[in-house]
Design a protein around this ligand. Structure first.
Ligand SMILES: Cc1cc2nc3c(=O)[nH]c(=O)nc-3n(C[C@H](O)[C@H](O)[C@H](O)COP(=O)(O)OP(=O)(O)OC[C@H]3O[C@@H](n4cnc5c(N)ncnc54)[C@H](O)[C@@H]3O)c2cc1C
Length: 409
């Protein structure tokens, strides 16, 4: 009898977390991880932060090559899968190789959504999704140059902050009336807008681009109402396009992402999905959601892997993410919207935490350089804690103490 084979499609963060968790859960069969990116699996968060600050834009791998060899995880990098046959349980690769699977995890994530108007600018336009994108962009971030960032989401703002710290002059152009309109709490948008203004990054919201042209080494962006922005290069971050074509062709149930159950299982009993590509019911958020965060990729990848091995994925986490801008760490946990936001100031007279309350229950939080407190808050949010707004606002009440009191009620 041949050993069972688990195939992981996509060697990003979710795929890597899954491969590691399969072995940790005791799976002794064959594990094959397939990734079309030629580099050893790496995390993406550093691409808009440390990698752009470094000399060459390089991002370190998650694990060294021997990590995979030591665990007998077969890596097939630099080649994609071209088809999934759900009936025969076979994945076909670009070179024609066919790999049969007992179970398959789809962790193919997403790619940068393209903006043809800006792509027409050729090499003056950049997106940032892969290690190669970061290397190419890093070489262009020369002090004194003028950077136009199109898209005021997390990635656009991180690039703006990093480039500004490197000595470029930066303008951010956002179509929506506010920054981070796609899914971040208003307090985070307000805090980041202030931080960018404090660092002389020009923010332009509510701007619709109509034209983009290149004249010599210069880029000119023109808005519908005739306003113009001139720079030396453009980076745009306008969301993602899911790498979901193979899953759709395989007939899996989809709805802006591959639909998975609490175990990470798709509509096919032997096929699972995790990470940016997966949409999963989250009781806490009151529906099926797709998350594009590092923590979700790690947690969902490992959970699906455990379910593939043992049948049990384990508990869900309260959703959270972070962003680093101008040397400050911002974290967000829980729901994006709240009936009421309560601010707790820090000793420097600036907001340190903002708590979201709905019907008296703590449902979300934003923290500024408050990682330890955010860990406590994630637990309180998960418990559905009821906390007096006056207590939340009081910087003299330690969250650690609050957590203990609530647990002992
Ligand atoms: C620049 C940047 C900064 C970020 N910063 C933060 C942050 O600060 N905090 C945070 O919480 N999150 C951040 N994120 C988001 C986080 O990195 C993603 O949510 C996470 O990488 C998702 O992991 P994934 O494994 O699901 O997908 P991906 O990372 O997209 O990996 C999927 C992999 O599958 C490959 N693939 C696709 N199709 C195929 C195929 N047919 N065959 C083979 N391989 C295939 C892809 O090329 C890719 O390598 C950031 C993302 C970016 C791009």
């Amino acid at each position: 009898m041949t050993a069972p084979c688990f195939v992981i499609l996509g060697a990003g963060h979710a795929g890597t977390a899954a491969a590691s968790a399969m072995r940790a859960a005791g799976f002794a069969g064959r594990i094959v991880m397939i990734g079309d990116d030629p580099h050893l699996p790496y995390e993406r968060p550093p691409l808009s932060k440390e990698a752009l600050r470094g000399a060459d834009g390089a991002a370190p791998p998650i694990y060294p090559a021997n990590f995979y060899a030591d665990r007998a995880i077969e890596l097939k990098l630099g080649q994609g899968a071209t088809a999934i046959d759900p009936g025969a349980q076979v994945v076909t690769l670009t070179d024609g190789e066919r790999i049969g699977f007992d179970k398959l995890l789809i962790a193919t994530g997403a790619r940068a959504r393209r903006y043809p108007l800006l792509d027409a600018l050729g090499e003056a336009a950049h997106v940032l999704r892969s290690a190669d994108d970061a290397r190419r962009l890093r070489a262009e971030l020369v002090p004194g140059r003028r950077l136009l960032v199109v898209g005021g989401g997390v990635i656009g703002l991180e690039v703006a902050a990093t480039a500004s710290a490197l000595g470029l002059s930066v303008e951010v152009i956002e179509r929506a009336p506010r920054l981070l309109a796609r899914g971040a709490p208003q307090p985070l948008a307000d805090l980041l807008a202030q931080a960018h203004r404090d660092h002389d990054v020009a923010l332009h919201c509510g701007v619709d681009l109509a034209d983009a042209s290149r004249e010599g080494g210069m880029v000119r962006l023109t808005c519908a109402e005739g306003r113009e922005f001139v720079g030396d290069l453009v980076v745009y971050g306008i969301g993602v396009t899911l790498n979901d074509e193979l899953a759709a062709a395989a007939g899996l149930a989809m709805d802006d992402g591959i639909l998975v159950d609490a175990q990470g299982r798709t509509s096919h009993p032997a096929i699972y999905a995790a990470g940016d590509i997966a949409r999963q019911e989250q009781a806490f958020l009151g529906g099926a959601v797709r998350q594009e965060t590092w923590a979700n990729a790690l947690h969902q990848g490992a959970a699906a892997a455990r379910a593939m091995v043992t049948g049990e994925a384990g508990a869900h986490e309260v959703p959270w993410y972070w962003t680093d801008q101008f040397g400050v760490n911002y974290q967000v946990a829980g729901r994006i919207a709240a009936e009421q936001w309560i601010t707790r100031m820090g000793p420097d007279g600036r907001p340190r935490m903002v708590f979201g309350l709905s019907q008296g229950v703590l449902t979300g939080a934003v923290g500024v350089d408050a990682g330890a407190d955010m860990r406590i808050l994630r637990k309180l949010i998960a418990q559905g804690a009821r906390v007096d707004p006056a207590v939340l606002a009081d910087p003299d009440v330690a969250l650690r103490k609050m957590g203990k009191e609530i647990q002992s009620v």
